[in-house]
Design a protein around this ligand. Structure first.
Ligand code: PXL
Length: 284
């Protein structure tokens, strides 16, 4: 039996609406990885489509929590960061990466800040620059196309995309520092949707797609990112990890679409956890 891996997930807790930590913790734990949490903020719901949500920034708690862990000499095989509660947290999370990076560990950054061509309203225009500095420290990043465009200071383009355009974005993102880059929200015609990846070490590009299901489902970026990071920690190669994460996310969206739940409530990933575990444990 190989040693159990330990991962630190740094995201907000949106109490209702299945995204960030309420998605990362169950998904990564279900694959057999010990999942330690560091909440960046607590909200009553996520900010997508809800109004009147509560918001408590936990920046002041993070530094003492880290200090305590250092005293306990806790080590992580992976750190996975997502939605950060304040600009100041970018610097704090950079420190966390430096403190906890070890031989063979994986630093994964989802630069959550924008979608559909727009920066989320709670972030100011300097936020993308801060996210670039965090991505420079990462081994793997997983922006959507809006986030990628903001980080590369380019104009956001609506799809469908060409393979050349996606390849160019992937290469430019890898030049920021991370050896593995995954782009989400990639489509080459209106009927499909998926993710693309580039591994700078092997120079391999890959695309994983599925039939598009109409509707914009919240939290799917976090469902995808959590499955991707879990598969990578379980030693899957990047193209396989992307395929596993796309299948898991698409299955979650399908179940939600079929049950006609409110799209703001997040997707039914729970009933796909058994399949995710099997995919992560299979030998191919
Ligand atoms: O899923 C990304 C996300 C995470 N956390 C919060 C959000 C969002 C997207 O809107 O609002 C609080």
């Amino acid at each position: 039996m190989s040693k159990q891996k330990r991962l630190l997930a740094v995201h907000d807790v949106s109490c209702f609406g299945r995204c960030s930590l309420t998605v990362a913790l169950p998904i990564i734990s279900a694959t057999g990885i010990e999942t330690v949490v560091l909440p960046t903020a607590i909200l009553s719901t996520h900010t997508g489509g809800f109004t009147g949500y509560t918001y408590r920034d936990l920046t002041d708690d993070i530094v003492p929590i880290i200090k305590h862990w250092e005293e306990l000499n806790i080590k992580f095989d992976a750190v996975y960061s997502g939605f950060l509660g304040s600009f100041e947290q970018i610097d704090i999370v950079s420190q966390i990466f430096k403190k906890f990076k070890a031989e063979g560990s994986i630093i994964a950054v989802d630069p959550v800040m924008a979608d559909n061509g727009e920066l989320y309203k709670i972030f100011d225009e300097n936020f993308p620059k801060g996210m670039v500095s965090l991505c420079q420290l990462a081994d793997v990043i997983m922006p959507n196309i809006t986030e990628a465009s903001l980080m590369l200071s380019g104009q956001y383009k609506e799809g469908p995309y060409t393979k050349e355009y996606i390849r160019e974005l992937l290469i430019k993102l890898s030049q920021l520092g991370p050896k593995k880059v995954v782009l989400t929200g990639v489509y080459f015609d209106e009927r499909d949707l998926g993710a693309a990846s580039f591994d700078a070490l092997t120079q391999e590009f890959s695309f994983a797609r599925a039939n598009r299901i109409s509707g914009y489902y919240h939290g799917t970026g976090d469902v995808f990112g959590s499955a991707l990071v879990a598969a990578l920690v379980k030693n899957k190669k990047l193209s396989k990890a992307v395929e596993i994460a796309v299948d898991f996310t698409v299955g979650s969206i399908k179940r939600t679409y079929e049950s006609q739940t409110d799209i703001r409530f997040g997707v039914n990933f729970e009933e796909g956890l058994g399949d995710l575990l099997n995919a992560c444990n299979s030998n191919n």
